[in-house]
Design a protein. Structure first.
Lengths: 200, 644
């Protein structure tokens, strides 16, 4: 996917929210959806089961209008977290410009976070993408849960963030940290414009 | 009703940044050419981001460019008040009429239309009135049309039909530029870092920024020492604390947008932004932008600003050329060459040609060819002279004047000569009726372009005029004709004229013109002889897909008619009758029709029958059978009848 198309004067950012099942990826998108003026957002497509677990993926297009002469659009996707939907995850990852890894801060979900993170690396690698060169930020979600149930940012950084990526704490259900995370990943993605890696 | 314009609110005092560049660009276009570019222009943004400033800047700029424009700025409140007052005074119609005199109408605070059905209807009417008259409307609102409650769908469509554009919150750099400019205007100097502190207040709009700056100016005025960055933070503490509170959730998106805009602006090279904005502007105005697109596709163009400047200069040149071209010849307006800045040379050439009168006068009709002209003993001399004029223009007979009564083929021969001459290399053949020639001159006089008109005709390689007797009493045309004639003789251009009457019988034509016409060769076209009639009939029958019945051709050719036109009419009548009767075109049918033998009762076929237009009712319902007309003779029939 072209991030910047100078001929049509468009910037399109595809950002994928990745992470284990029930970590809060869809909640992130729902919160963003609720804050974007109606005129700026497309229909949020969500294919979920009755128990609210994403079967396929969520898709939220956002039109940021013309910025510096470029029609700028963001496309936010989530992947299904459940292990057995790996084919869908690979499909959604195709052409992504950046990934938000949404980790569940609960101590008991630690292993699932790790597995999902490894799965992300494998899937990126399969598309010939070196995760060390690719824009990824971490979001430690559910930080609103009681202290004794969750790990702190430092603990999670120690456990998951061995590449020293930018990390954010969040309570996606109520919105805390959602836009900060989105800003964080967007900034990294857009700064690659200058690097020329994704030009055209 | 116009509110006073703030003299400070001009384009040159508006700080342009990535968040508002497009809105400013659109507003400038509107001020430069009201009613042309974006109509209506709808600007929306959060409070304090410069909507009112932009509206008033449009007013100032438009007035500077054209002081004669009637410009009104008013808020929706003013509009409501005036509307209610007018309705109360029973002057609703007068109130509406006044808008037809306004050239540029600027309406602020349109968001108050929210749920006001009556007012929305009124605004719709105003917009319709203004748009119909190509007058400009600019509206400003603190929210987009789709967020204005219960907005009439028709209004929504009107807004969408123009340009809806938003102003985002300014990025940090723009905020610094804004506070710097205001500090300069207030002639206040601050230590380094102080103004940046003001600009770093998050989530503030421009009005609040200026408020914070005013606070610092007031503090500095009463202090002995200039404020430093730290003191500034203390002074602004209250504001900063308020601004740093978690943003109201609704503003999260605005803040996100502002930051993204800032990041994009930093990442997209500044020249790309300038080019992209120029592309949007010129594309919107209908110009081809391939040169700018090519520029955008380059990685590091040597001097993009020079390209932009040259492009803008080319557009300006095209506009001037188009204006000049339209003035010379209205049909040149809208020519695609004036919309492509890469074709300035072509546009120059087009205008130069128009200037020199190179747009050729009307030429001969391709319908009439010499090969189709039936030759007979009587017209042989004329046909030979015509051939000679085509083969050796201006060398043998110049002018060639063809005289003959109506319907003998003068126009045919004239256009046939014209077509023959037009086949020569670089030929410009003027072939038109004298009436067209007179009308063309009148139009040129009317538009004060007589010299252009003269040039246009003096450039022709052949000049052919039909029905020269129509010069009768056209003194000015005769005068121009006389000079044109002399010029064309001198330049050895072939001239051919036709006349209904012999030259010595021309009335109302100056002797000097007549004597010049007589100076070449005058040939006569007599009424068609049998041989000519036969040839014409055979050709016409072939054209009608009819097999040529020798008996019919002989019979008709044997009838004495004085013009080919009459002959055509007779044949047409026979063909029509044959169609109606569903019979072949035959000599028998022709005799029956032309010699008064009572026609057989026509079979009443359902199709192809031409009735009189009188409704044919069943016989039983018609009281007087004598009054029922089955078929009116057409005009040709009546002529033949008269001849008999």
């Amino acid at each position: 996917m072209s991030l910047v198309n100078f001929t049509t004067r468009e910037i399109t950012c595809k950002i994928v929210y990745y992470g284990p099942g029930r970590s809060g990826k869809t909640s992130n998108l729902q919160y963003v959806y609720g804050r974007v003026p109606e005129s700026r957002r497309g229909r949020m497509v969500s294919l979920a089961t009755q128990t609210d677990r994403t079967l396929f993926f969520d898709f939220l297009p956002i039109d940021l209008g013309v910025i510096s002469g470029f029609a700028t659009r963001f496309q936010l996707y989530t992947v299904p977290g459940q292990v057995y939907y790996n084919a869908t995850r690979q499909l959604v990852l195709q052409g992504a410009d950046g990934v938000v890894f949404v980790a569940d801060s609960q101590a008991r979900r630690f292993e699932e976070n790790l597995e999902s993170l490894q799965n992300l690396q494998v899937n990126l690698l399969q598309q010939g993408i070196d995760v060390r060169q690719f824009p990824v930020v971490l979001q430690y979600n559910k930080q609103d849960l009681p202290r004794d149930l969750i790990l702190t940012q430092t603990e999670l950084d120690d456990a998951l963030n061995f590449r020293a990526l930018r990390s954010f704490t969040a309570d996606a259900l109520h919105g805390a940290g959602v836009f900060e995370t989105l800003k964080g990943i967007s900034e990294i993605v857009l700064k690659r414009l200058a690097a020329g890696g994704n030009l055209k | 009703m116009t509110a006073d314009l703030n003299p400070r609110f001009r384009f040159d005092t508006f700080v342009v940044g990535s968040a508002n560049r497009l809105a400013v660009s659109a507003a400038k276009s509107v001020a430069e050419s009201p009613g042309v570019a974006y109509n209506p222009l709808f600007i929306y943004s959060g409070p304090g981001l410069g909507k009112t400033h932009l509206l008033m800047a449009v007013a100032h700029a438009a007035r500077t460019i054209n002081p004669g424009l009637v410009i009104e700025y008013l808020t929706l409140d003013d509009l409501v008040e005036a509307f209610h007052a007018a309705v109360a005074a029973g002057q609703g119609e007068a109130y509406r009429r006044r808008f037809s005199d306004i050239d540029v109408l600027l309406i602020d605070d349109v968001q108050f239309l929210d749920k006001q059905r009556e007012l929305q209807a009124e605004l719709l009417r105003i917009i319709n009135t203004m748009q119909t008259a190509s007058r400009q409307i600019v509206l400003a609102s603190d929210r987009s049309p789709s967020e204005i409650g219960s907005l009439d769908e028709r209004l929504n469509q009107r807004f969408a039909g123009g340009l809806i554009i938003d102003i985002a919150a300014p990025d940090y750099e723009t905020r610094v530029a804004i506070v710097r400019r205001h500090a300069e205007e207030r002639k206040s100097e601050f230590s380094s870092g102080v103004l940046e502190t003001v600009a770093s207040l998050a989530n503030t709009n421009v009005r609040e920024l200026i408020g914070a700056l005013n606070r610092l100016i007031a503090f500095q005025a009463v202090s002995d020492q200039p404020l430093d960055e730290k003191q500034a933070r203390v002074v602004l503490g209250g504001i900063a604390a308020a601004a740093n509170l978690p943003a109201a959730s609704d503003d999260e998106f605005s803040s996100f947008l502002s930051e993204i805009s800032s990041t994009v602006a930093q990442q997209v090279e500044a020249w790309r932004t300038r080019v992209a904005v120029a592309v949007l502007r010129w594309e919107g105005d209908g110009y081809r932008i391939s040169r700018l697109n090519a520029l955008l596709e380059q990685d590091t163009p040597p001097d993009p600003d020079l390209v932009l400047k040259q492009y803008a200069a080319d557009v300006e040149r095209l506009q001037a050329l188009e204006a000049e071209a339209t003035d010379i010849d209205a049909s040149l307006g809208g020519n695609p060459v004036f919309r492509d800045p890469d074709l300035v040379a072509e546009a120059e050439a087009l205008v130069a040609r128009a200037r020199e009168g190179a747009t050729p006068p009307p030429g001969p009709s391709p319908f009439w060819q010499l090969a189709d002209f039936a030759e007979g003993p009587g017209n042989r001399m004329a046909v030979r002279a015509a051939l000679m004029a085509v083969e050796q223009p201006a060398l043998k007979y110049n002018p060639l004047v063809i005289v003959g009564p109506s319907g003998t083929g003068k126009t045919h021969l004239l256009h046939a000569i014209g077509n023959g001459l037009a086949r020569r290399e670089a030929a410009v053949v003027a072939c038109l009726s004298t009436q067209e020639f007179v009308d063309d001159l009148i139009a040129a006089i009317d538009r004060d372009r007589v010299s252009w008109w003269r040039t246009r005709y003096r450039r022709v390689t052949a000049f052919l005029l039909d029905d020269i007797q129509l010069l009768h009493s056209k003194e000015r045309t005769q005068e121009e004709f006389f000079w044109l004639f002399n010029q064309l003789v001198e330049d050895q251009r072939q001239m051919v004229f036709t006349s209904l009457v012999p030259l010595n019988e021309l009335e109302g034509v100056e002797p000097r013109v007549v004597s010049r016409l007589e100076g070449g060769l005058v040939v006569h076209l007599p009424p068609p002889e049998r041989e000519v009639r036969l040839a014409v009939l055979e050709r016409l029958l072939r054209e009608h897909d009819e097999s040529v019945d020798p008996e019919l051709a002989e019979y008709l050719a044997g009838r004495n008619v004085d013009s080919i036109r009459t002959l055509q009419g007779v044949l047409q009548r026979i063909i029509n009758a044959a169609e109606v009767r569903d019979e072949p075109v035959s000599a028998g049918l022709a005799r029956e029709l032309l010699e008064g033998v009572a026609p057989r009762q026509p079979r009443r076929s359902s199709g192809g029958r031409r009735l009189s237009g009188v409704v044919s009712l069943p016989a039983a319902s018609v009281r007087s059978r004598e009054k029922m007309i089955w078929e009116w003779p057409d005009s040709t029939d009546r002529i033949v009848e008269d001849l008999r």
